[in-house]
Design a protein around this ligand. Sequence first.
Ligand code: ADP
Ligand code: NA
Length: 331
Amino acid sequence: TSAARIFSGMQPTSDSLHLGNHLGALTQWVALQDDHDAIYCVVDLHALTVAPDPAVLRDRTRRTAAQYLAAGVDPQRSILFVQSHVSAHAELAWLLNCITGFGEAGRMTQFKDKSLKLGAEGTTVGLFTYPVLMAADILLYDTDLVPVGEDQRQHLELTRDLAQRLNSRFGAGTVVVPDAHIVKATAKIFDLQEPTAKMSKSAASPNGLIELLDDPKVVARRIRSAVTDTEREIRYDPVAKPGVSNLLTIYSALTDRSLPSLEAEYDGRGYGDLKKDLAEVVVAFLTPFQERVHGYLDDPATLDAVLSDGAERAEALAQDTLARLYDRFGL
Ligand code: ADP
Ligand code: NA
């Protein structure tokens, strides 16, 4: 039997991914390539729900793909492509829109939160049906496993419900019902200035964020001014010491050193030492990473070739599923 199919993607909604995206998602994607049949996508159609400037979106799509590659997504072993290059995503999304209940979609908490912020006139129908497009992304590839964070869990549940609905309407085996792929080992990274909030591109202040394409000097400064606490002890205790614990998590994830060994090394030493050393560790990671990203961005022909090869391979799989479903729906 063949390896389980994995599908995952991120939106091209910022110039740079951040360290949370890297340690929470990309490193996991790279590891999953070893024993899974992996498909990784830059989901640019999803990014349209926030009305980006066209030139900015186009640039961010390429930058996001270059960061996947720089992190170690291997286009030989995995399929790496841009969502809008495969028209079947939009086409299957329409079919799924027509079997999704209005109330069912309205129960998505992410939509409720976002639309509350945007107001009725600022909220698009695209934002409302975003989880349906995500279901199409997953179902098109007969995906077995979807790596999901907590915030995407409800959307994956909707995907599973839609898959089961298709199978009960059109016969067992019409589509594969995907499961969540839960990774225990994934690091959750917090904001440097507000260490109880997760590091996010929508952070209140840029000082809490480590972007993968930031100037390493700026990153080092942000680490040195990270919020800690008034004790002196360097100990991993996320509840009592969220700031120090976050620094230790980042240190451990980037060096593969265990938390106890870091605690032992910094026993009796100050926060200044920890921050200074961590800044060096992060810069040592970022510098070659950024060189690889710029290598791809400065060679558009190679990046285009990688993405068009990926789109071609994705298209072949997607068209097969789409044709099957068009037939079932009577089209
Ligand atoms: P953001 O919160 O910046 O908007 P996304 O929601 O686009 O990030 O997340 C993209 C991927 O990165 C998801 O797989 C998500 O679980 C992961 N991720 C995002 N932020 C973090 C974080 N702070 N720590 C660990 N993983 C994260
Ligand atoms: Na998010």
